[in-house]
Design a protein around this ligand. Sequence first.
Ligand SMILES: Cc1cc2nc3c(=O)[nH]c(=O)nc-3n(C[C@H](O)[C@H](O)[C@H](O)COP(=O)(O)OP(=O)(O)OC[C@H]3O[C@@H](n4cnc5c(N)ncnc54)[C@H](O)[C@@H]3O)c2cc1C
Length: 454
Amino acid sequence: MKAYDVIIIGGGPSGIITGVTAQKQNPDRSFLMIKEEEKELVPCGIPYVFHDLDDVSQNKMGPAPFVKAGGEVIVDKVTDINIMAKTLRTSTGAEMSYRKLIFATGSVPIVPTFIKGYDLENVELIPKSYDYIAGLKDRILSSENIVVIGGGFIGAEVAEQIAKHKNKKVTLVEIQDHCLGQAFSPDFAVLADKNLREIGVRVLTGNTVEELIGSDGKVHSVKLKSGETIETDMVISAIGYKPNTDLAKRAGLPLAKNGTIRVDKFMRTDEEDVYAVGDCSQTFGFITGRTDNIMLASTATAEARILGYNLYKIGILRTFSGTLSVFSTELNGYAFASAGAIEQTAEADRVDYVTGSFADVDRHPGALPGAKEIRIKIIVSPKNGEIIGGEIYGGKSIGEMINIIALAIQKYVTVYELVSFQVGTHPLLTTAPTKYSLIKACEDAISKINCIQQ
Ligand SMILES: Cc1cc2nc3c(=O)[nH]c(=O)nc-3n(C[C@H](O)[C@H](O)[C@H](O)COP(=O)(O)OP(=O)(O)OC[C@H]3O[C@@H](n4cnc5c(N)ncnc54)[C@H](O)[C@@H]3O)c2cc1C
């Protein structure tokens, strides 16, 4: 039986980054990655395979940096683990032993088993599988009418990309009042609906799919709660993902209520020398510290670096006490980004807050070519002025602006500190120095706090 110091199960972003980071800290140890799929995709790039990228091969990702750092990779599926004996077995019958084991088994799409007809042919999912996505692209290209179920960021991005093809009719059905409604307050989320409509998607919000109707095993129409029936060649379900933790459960690892593998701040499970990282591991909300369900590659890789640096000894302390969920996307050329609390989550968690808002254009003067509207809203604690969340809508630059807000939240920066925040500005790149959007939003929050205190 071959023996390794460290075995990583999974070759997604968290497996790769844990492997590279840990291998660099421990060059004398033997590392093995066991990954199920021969070819891996950049998961976040999947929607763009359907239009903006010519071919799925342009969205490939792999463990080359891990191999370069000295790691070994085999393509196989881990089927059984004996935690006491520190051994595992794979689907090809290989057996090996480890000193440390890392679960990076990720997440899988939720199958809409609660919708009648979910198992008909042409009812598709968005799995992180190279071959499936390559085939799905072909099937999309040969379909005309497509219904997407779910207006979260994956459903919205997929619908937007398909609608860019001239000959497609795309309908998106979303149960909430707006698309992206879990990451944005209604006044921002309504802009997601607007941009999707402008690019040609028929957006049906506040509606649900009741039944998928088919003949000869293939779906041909979708019945909605509103009573409408839509003819379709294909249905794409994008209703969310669940942690891929069956293997961990079978191995006897304790899971959190939401099915993720229970871990501490350094990604250590309840079993010694067993770790979990990325979508399969537990996350803790930034404000409440309660178990949260955040599945983002940015979160997964932040956890992977924490684990990679601390695998043998805690050396680099985790610098945040909870997971922020920094989220961004682009629809119809407009970017949406949020971090930390939004009004709905603050209210649900009974967190006292005020908002600070500002709207402008992202160039100065606004008449410059390429200028785009920018809207910003921050969520602030009225007691001490700490920034606990933010949302931005606008051009591409907001993809990095949200990262300033994310850092401010993590470092407990207050609106009082940010009014003297030193920024760089340029006519072609930013709003004017006289009205830098984030500073203006802080000023707005301060005046609201002042009103409360008077
Ligand atoms: C369409 C789409 C768009 C997204 N866009 C964004 C975005 O814009 N920004 C963002 O931050 N996040 C985005 N995400 C989320 C992001 O993809 C995930 O958070 C990320 O993939 C998590 O990485 P991971 O390594 O933990 O898990 P995964 O990427 O799920 O990787 C897990 C790997 O483990 C392998 N595996 C599982 N079980 C076994 C086993 N028994 N044996 C061997 N191998 C196994 C799987 O085959 C898989 O390759 C998107 C996700 C999707 C699906």
